[in-house]
Ligand binder design. Structure first.
Ligand SMILES: [Zn+2]
Ligand SMILES: [Zn+2]
Length: 282
C-alpha cells in the first residue's frame, strides 16, 4: 500500500537535514554526479546545484547554501573545471537552500545572474530570506517567456511555473552525447510542499490559492517529454542512487517516465495534504 504523505514528519526530516547542511555540509556531501553528457550535480544528499559544460563556459543552476559554495568549487575542480568559467547563473527560486550561496558565487565568478521576475522582490528586499544569513543578490536579468538562454552548445528554456514560491522555474534543454544522440533534460525548480501546510495560513482562502497554484504549476509541465529528469533536491528522483548503482554512468539517469512520475507523486502528496487539512471547501 502506498505510504500516506505526512507533512509533519517530512518537515521534521527536512529540518534535521537542513541543519546538517547549514552547519556541517561535509556530513551529507556527495561526490559530483554526472547526470547527462554535459551536466553534473554537486552538493549534498539533500540539496545541490547543477553545472553545465557548454563548451564555451559553464552555466550554474542554483548556488545552494553558503557553506556549500566550497563543495561546488571543489567538485568542479576535481572534474577538471574552473569555477571562474561560470558565465551564467540561473536561479530556480528565492529559497535559502537554493539562493543562499549566490552572492559568493557571483562575486567570485562575475557571472550574469538570471532569476524569475516574480521572485526578484524577495531577493532584493527579503522578508522570508532574512530569517537566514542571506546576503542580498540583485539579478541582472529576468526570465522571459519562451526565450532560451544560450551559451555555447546549450540553450536552456526557463519555464516559470510558480506554486512553490511564485518565481519557481523549471529548466529544459537538449544535450548531446559523443555520437550526437540527443537527450532532453528537465530540471524541476521546486517541488516541496512544506509551505502549503495549514500552519502557514490563517485564512482558508489563502490556503486554497496557494495549493491551487501548486497544482497548476505541476500540471503546466507534467506532459513535457523529458529523457533525463532532475531536481535540485536529488532524492526527488533518486539521482545519487541511480548513479551509484551504475558506477557513475550518466546513462543511469535516462528514464523517460521519471519526470511524469515525479510530478504525479507530488500531486498525490498535495491531495493527501488537502484531505488532512482543517481548511475544506464546502
Ligand atoms: Zn524551496
Ligand atoms: Zn529547496
Amino acid at each position: 500500500m502506498r505510504e500516506k504523505f505526512d507533512p509533519v514528519a517530512r518537515r521534521r526530516h527536512e529540518g534535521e537535514k537542513a541543519r546538517d547542511i547549514c552547519l556541517r555540509p561535509w556530513k551529507t556531501a556527495v561526490p559530483p554526479v554526472r547526470v547527462s553528457p554535459h551536466t553534473w550535480y554537486v552538493g549534498n544528499e539533500w540539496v545541490g546545484v547543477f553545472w553545465i559544460d557548454t563548451g564555451d563556459g559553464l552555466i550554474l543552476l542554483d548556488a545552494g547554501m553558503p557553506p556549500q559554495t566550497y563543495l561546488i568549487f571543489e567538485g568542479m575542480r576535481t572534474h577538471g573545471f574552473d569555477p571562474h568559467d561560470i558565465k551564467l547563473a540561473l536561479l530556480s527560486h528565492a529559497h535559502f537552500d537554493h539562493c543562499g550561496g549566490m552572492k559568493a558565487v557571483i562575486e567570485y565568478t562575475g557571472a550574469k545572474l538570471y532569476a524569475a521576475a516574480e521572485d526578484s522582490e524577495e531577493l532584493i528586499h527579503p522578508t522570508e530570506l532574512l530569517k537566514n544569513d542571506y546576503q542580498i543578490v540583485v539579478p541582472d536579468a529576468a526570465y522571459r517567456p519562451s526565450e532560451r538562454i544560450t551559451l555555447g552548445s546549450i540553450g536552456v528554456e526557463p519555464v516559470v511555473v510558480g506554486g512553490h514560491p511564485p518565481g519557481t522555474t523549471c529548466f529544459f534543454y537538449t544535450d548531446r552525447d559523443e555520437a550526437e544522440k540527443e537527450y532532453s533534460v528537465g530540471i524541476h525548480g521546486g517541488l516541496g510542499l512544506s509551505k502549503l501546510a495549514d500552519e502557514y495560513f490563517s485564512r482558508a482562502e489563502d490556503a486554497f490559492t496557494a495549493r491551487d497554484a501548486y497544482r497548476r504549476a505541476q500540471e503546466m509541465v507534467i506532459g513535457r517529454p523529458v529523457d533525463i529528469a532532475l531536481s535540485f533536491h536529488p532524492y526527488n528522483v533518486g539521482i545519487v542512487e541511480r548513479s551509484t548503482a551504475a558506477d557513475g554512468d550518466w546513462r543511469a539517469q535516462i528514464d523517460p517516465s521519471a519526470w511524469r512520475s515525479m510530478e504525479e507523486v507530488r500531486l498525490q502528496n498535495l491531495t493527501d495534504l488537502e484531505e488532512a487539512s482543517v481548511f475544506q471547501r464546502r
